[in-house]
Design a protein around this ligand. Structure first.
Ligand SMILES: [Zn+2]
Length: 203
C-alpha cells in the first residue's frame, strides 16, 4: 500500500485508498473513507448499543466490536460508520435476544483490521466486556424507549420501540440512564465491576 497527499488540504499524508485525511473528513462530517459519518452528542462519555447477533460470543470473547467499511452495494451504513465515533472510556450496551446481556468499556479508538475473515478490511474497536448476570428485557422499558428515541437520530429502537436492523447505534443519555439503573438494581456488584456506569446512573 502506498501513500499520497490529501487532495483537500494538500498537507497530510493518507493511504492510497483514502479519499482524504481525518482532519478534512471530520470538518465536513465524513468518515475516513469519504462516507457520511453519523454525529452523536452526549453530556459525558459517548454511549452506544450494539446488536451482534451470531457474532456475539466470538466478539465478546475476543473483546472487540467490528464492522466492514462498506456493504456489497458500496455503501457505508451509519450503523457501521458509527464505530468511528467510539473513544476509549465510552460505554457500549450489548443487546442479545431483546435483552441487555453485557456492557463493555471501549479501550481504543477505531482502527482498520481484518479480524472478521482475514480478508475484508473492517473497522475495529477493542473493548473490555462485562457479562450481565441478571439481564433486563428492553421491552419492559417501552414507554421510556418511545419517549426518548424519537428525539435523536441513530437510536437502536424504531418508532414502535422495536430493535432496529443493524449493528452499532447511538444510545441517548436518558435511556442509557434507565437501562443502567435497572441493571445496577438487579446486579448489585455491577457498579464495582463497571465503575464507568456511575457516570450515567443519574442521567
Ligand atoms: Zn486533508
Amino acid at each position: 500500500m502506498g501513500w499520497k497527499k490529501c487532495p483537500q488540504c494538500d498537507l497530510n499524508y493518507i493511504n492510497d485508498d483514502q479519499e482524504m485525511c481525518d482532519v478534512c473528513a471530520n470538518k465536513i462530517g465524513l468518515d475516513s473513507r469519504g462516507y457520511e459519518k453519523p454525529v452523536v452528542k452526549h453530556k459525558g462519555r459517548n454511549i452506544f448499543m450494539v446488536f451482534q447477533g451470531k457474532e456475539y460470543s466470538r466478539e465478546l470473547k475476543g473483546g472487540y466490536i467490528s464492522a466492514p467499511y462498506k456493504d456489497a452495494g458500496g455503501n457505508s451504513p451509519s450503523h457501521w460508520a458509527m464505530l468511528e465515533n467510539v473513544k476509549p472510556g465510552d460505554i457500549i450496551f450489548h443487546g442479545l435476544s431483546q435483552c441487555i446481556s453485557a456492557i463493555s468499556i471501549a479501550t481504543t479508538n477505531y482502527f482498520t483490521s481484518k479480524i472478521q475473515d482475514g480478508i475484508t478490511e473492517v473497522r475495529q474497536v477493542n473493548c473490555k466486556p462485562y457479562i450481565i448476570n441478571k439481564t433486563i428485557a428492553t421491552s419492559k422499558y417501552l414507554d421510556e424507549i418511545l419517549l426518548t428515541c424519537s428525539n435523536y437520530k441513530y437510536q437502536p429502537f424504531d418508532k414502535n420501540g422495536n430493535g432496529r436492523q443493524g449493528y452499532l447505534f447511538d444510545l441517548n443519555d436518558e435511556l442509557a440512564g434507565v437501562f443502567a439503573r435497572a441493571l445496577a438494581q438487579k446486579n448489585p456488584d455491577l457498579v464495582n465491576k463497571v465503575p464507568e456506569i456511575i457516570d450515567i446512573l443519574e442521567n
